[in-house]
Design a protein around this ligand. Structure first.
Ligand code: DLL
Length: 435
């Protein structure tokens, strides 16, 4: 199995923790000197960089949030003057100001290195042809993956997202072997291929899909893999902490290997803010090590996951992040029950006759909140066969009740009637009248 940076990816745990401690100490000295925001935060609690003696002392420091980025828009989080910044990226989010990050030349180099690791661990290499169908622009996904692909020697087709017919034509003509996109878009492309009379398994050469940018369930992965006949890997990251490159799955698909030499990961209880027990789920909190332009200390990602420190059979010893199961701010509390969109996805993807295209509508009657789940039936179902539709609907209701202990409204809709997104899907539509 190919390993891009054996030294960093296969380091014994004790040695890795010693390296993290050394880099963390350097990072704290650096941010105290160059980041007015962190100097202020540290001074407020009377903390000096020399006070950190062991990794667990990091918990004494305050958390950083998206609001820190927003309140310091555009460049207040930067620790270098603009003449050292060679790149700007930003994440729009759904509300509020953008979060802006910058990269120095060294940051770009580190970013490229991290993506070369993530790409190599899937099995992709110099003989591959990669179609990058993430949207180019301020989003970090397309650029990051492009640099990593070029570093490992793969051929890049920077086609960007959208225009599915053209994507498929080039896939055929250029012999694409790797698709890089959001999982939602991969599924949509697969569907478009079938409509165009192309069977992705037989008529195309795509063997790998490197996906990320949004959560997708194991069942959703299976669906993509079956339609394309590919290995689909999940890759996580966020702009505020440098975009993709933080973690990715190796070909064994057993958690995402974290670039521990460049990040310290904590998992905390989102309510008490205390660390959870080892292996338990909680909110991912990240500290960057060695980033120059926008270093972040204890960034609250709001994403929910857990960590496994066991070495992997692929030979890597780096800790592994389990699939992101939701965001702490995605959680809906419906009649006292905590509901994550990912739970609903897992239910409906397992029911025969349904397509993995759905929307969750939140609505209210007075103070009572409820959900309506709209799901497309798949193309093999005849929408005028009412008894068949009723049976599917009944099964969906039963399974939802089993999983959520709730009875949300269910509406089966025609194939292809829900909007498709070339980027991240919008699963939850908030129609509540008290907000
Ligand atoms: O989505 C960075 C990225 C690009 C990662 C390409 C992987 C591949 P943002 O646009 O800032 O950055 O969005 C970050 O997206 O906090 C998660 O909620 C979600 N997210 C990203 N990757 C995953 C994933 C990029 N693999 C936000 N699974 C994060 C679940 C993901 N959620």
């Amino acid at each position: 199995m190919q390993i891009w940076n054996r030294e960093m990816e296969c380091m014994p745990r004790e040695k890795m923790e010693a390296l993290q401690l050394k880099r963390l100490k350097e990072t704290l000295v650096y941010v105290y000197e160059y980041s007015p925001l962190y100097r202020k935060k540290f001074d407020k609690i009377g903390f000096k960089p020399g006070d950190l003696k062991q990794l667990s002392d990091l918990r004494k420091l305050p958390l950083t949030t998206k609001d820190d980025f927003r309140d310091n828009y555009p460049f207040g989080m930067f620790a270098v003057p603009m003449d050292k910044v060679v790149r700007l990226h930003a994440s729009s989010g759904t509300t509020g100001r953008m979060t802006v990050i910058g990269c120095t030349k060294n940051d770009m180099e580190l970013w490229t290195e991290l993506l070369a690791r993530v790409i190599s661990m899937t099995g992709v290499g110099s003989s591959d042809v990669t179609q990058i169908a993430f949207g180019y622009g301020l989003f970090t996904g397309a650029h990051g993956l492009q640099y990593g692909m070029e570093r490992v020697g793969a051929t890049v087709i920077p086609i960007s997202s959208g225009n599915s017919e053209r994507q498929l034509m080039l896939m055929k003509d250029f012999g694409t072997t790797v698709l890089v996109s959001t999982p939602t878009y991969a599924l949509h492309l697969g569907e478009t291929a079938i409509k165009m009379g192309i069977d992705p398994k037989k008529d195309l050469k795509v063997k790998y899909g490197l996906f990320g940018g949004e959560a997708f369930s194991e069942e959703y992965r299976k669906e993509i893999e079956e339609r394309w006949g590919m290995l689909a890997t999940d890759n996580y990251g966020l702009s505020e902490c440098g975009g993709p490159g933080y973690s990715g799955e190796c070909a064994l698909i057993c958690g995402q290997h974290i670039a521990e030499d460049c990040y310290i990961t904590e998992i905390i209880d989102p309510v008490t803010l205390e660390p959870v027990k080892p292996g338990e789920k909680g909110e991912v909190v990240l500290t960057t090590l060695g980033r120059e332009a926008v270093p972040v200390i204890r960034y609250r990602t709001k994403d929910i996951s857990s960590i496994n420190y066991e070495p992997c059979d692929c030979g890597r010893t780096t800790a592994r992040l389990s699939k992101i199961s939701g965001r702490s701010d995605d959680m809906m509390v419906i009649r006292g029950v905590n509901v994550f969109p990912s739970q609903i996805e897992s239910v409906l993807v397992n029911i025969e006759g349904l397509a993995p295209h759905y929307q969750i509508i939140r609505y209210n009657k007075g103070f009572l909140e409820d959900l309506e789940i709209r799901v497309e039936v798949n193309e093999n179902i005849f929408t005028d066969n009412y008894s068949q539709l009723e049976a599917i609907e009944e099964k969906l209701k039963q399974q939802l009740y089993k999983t959520l202990a709730l009875n949300p409204k269910v509406k089966l809709v025609e194939p292809h009637s829900l909007e498709r997104s070339p980027g991240k899907a919008k699963r939850v539509v908030d129609m509540r009248e008290f907000k």
